[in-house]
Design a protein around this ligand. Structure first.
Ligand SMILES: Cc1ncc(COP(=O)(O)O)c(C=O)c1O
Length: 285
C-alpha cells in the first residue's frame, strides 16, 4: 500500500501539520472523499462543487481553483501509483491563535491524501448489513448544518460508537424533530412495495453525490422515488433498505436493530439499482 500526502502543493515524505491549525483545534475545516476508477477520480467536479459549497458555509476561502485541485490530485495519484485509490481532500482554516475566533488564521492549508482503497467486504454486498437506529440525533440544521461537510464529525462518531455497542455496522440517526435523516457516512433509502423513499435534503442531511446519481438512475428507470420527511414509523413497514456513499456505493441493509428486513437478502429493487450504479461507473471517462 502506498500513501502519499500533498500539503499545499508539496508531496511530503514526512507530512506534518501544526498543532495550532484550527482544523486540529476546533474541527474548523471542510473535506471530501473521492474514489477512483482506473485510478482516476470519479465525479471530481461534483465533489469540488460540494467542497466549495461547504467552504462557503464556513466563510472559508479555498486557495485552489478546480484546475489546481485536479493537477495536484493527479500528481499525488501518480506518485502513489496504486491500482485504485482513496482520495481525501481537506482544507483547514489554517494556523492561528489558540482561540475559537478564526480571524487570526491567515492561510488555509490544503491537504490531499492518496492511499490504496479498501473495498467493503463482498459478503456485505451479498448479504446486506445490520443498521441500528441510535439515540444520538443528527445535528439540527440550524446548528451545524449536516449539509456542510466539515471536519467536525463528532456527531457521527458518537452515533457510530453507539452502533458498535449494538453490534451494528452503521447508525441511522433521527433529526431533533424526529424524522429519519442519514447514517454516519451515507444516505439512506427505504423501499415500501414499489415506492422508494429517501429523506429530503431539508431534513438535515448531506447532499450525497451517490444519492443524487441513484435518484436520477431510479427515475430514469421508472422507479417512483419520493424525497420527503419520513417519521420513525416508516421503519415499521419496510421491504428493502439500502445506503449510498462514495466508497460503499450502494450497500444493502438487511437487518434493522438486528431484525430481518424482507427475506433477509438484498431485495430486487436494491439489486437492480446496484447493477445500474455499477454500469454507470463503468461508463464514466
Ligand atoms: C454524513 C454523510 N452522509 C452521506 C454521505 C454520502 O455522500 P457521498 O455519496 O457524496 O459520498 C457521506 C459521505 O461521506 C456522509 O459523510
Amino acid at each position: 500500500m502506498t500513501t502519499k500526502i500533498n500539503i499545499n502543493g508539496t508531496l511530503e515524505e514526512n507530512p506534518q501539520i501544526s498543532v495550532f491549525d484550527h482544523g486540529f483545534l476546533f474541527g474548523d475545516s471542510v473535506y471530501e472523499v473521492v474514489s477512483t476508477r482506473d485510478n482516476k477520480p470519479i465525479y471530481l467536479d461534483r465533489h469540488l462543487t460540494r467542497l466549495n459549497n461547504s467552504a462557503r458555509g464556513l466563510s472559508l476561502e479555498i486557495p485552489y481553483d478546480n484546475e489546481r485541485f485536479s493537477l495536484e490530485i493527479d500528481r499525488t495519484l501518480q506518485a502513489a501509483g496504486n491500482e485504485e485509490s482513496y482520495i481525501r481532500i481537506v482544507v483547514t482554516r489554517g494556523v492561528g491563535d489558540i482561540d475559537i475566533d478564526p480571524s487570526s488564521c491567515q492561510t488555509p492549508n490544503v491537504i490531499i491524501y492518496v492511499t490504496e482503497t479498501h473495498p467493503y467486504p463482498r459478503e456485505s454486498y451479498e448479504n446486506g448489513i445490520n443498521v441500528a437506529l441510535v439515540s444520538i440525533k443528527r445535528n439540527p440544521k440550524e446548528a451545524l448544518n449536516p449539509g456542510i461537510k466539515t471536519g467536525n464529525y463528532l456527531n457521527n462518531v458518537l452515533a457510530k460508537m453507539e452502533a458498535n455497542k449494538l453490534g451494528a455496522q452503521d447508525a441511522l440517526m433521527l433529526s431533533p424533530s424526529g424524522y429519519l435523516t442519514e447514517c454516519t457516512t451515507s444516505n439512506i433509502f427505504f423501499v415500501q412495495g414499489e415506492r422508494i423513499l429517501t429523506p429530503a435534503i431539508d431534513c438535515g442531511i448531506l447532499p450525497g453525490i451517490t444519492r443524487e446519481v441513484v435518484l436520477q438512475l431510479a427515475r430514469e428507470n421508472g422507479f417512483p422515488v419520493e424525497e420527503g420527511s419520513w417519521p420513525v414509523e416508516t421503519l415499521d413497514k419496510l421491504d428493502e433498505v439500502f445506503l449510498t456513499g462514495t466508497l460503499k456505493k450502494i450497500m444493502p441493509v438487511t437487518r434493522l436493530d438486528g431484525k430481518q428486513i424482507g427475506n433477509g437478502k438484498p431485495g430486487p429493487i436494491t439489486q437492480r439499482l446496484m447493477r445500474l450504479y455499477d454500469a454507470t461507473l463503468q461508463s464514466l471517462g
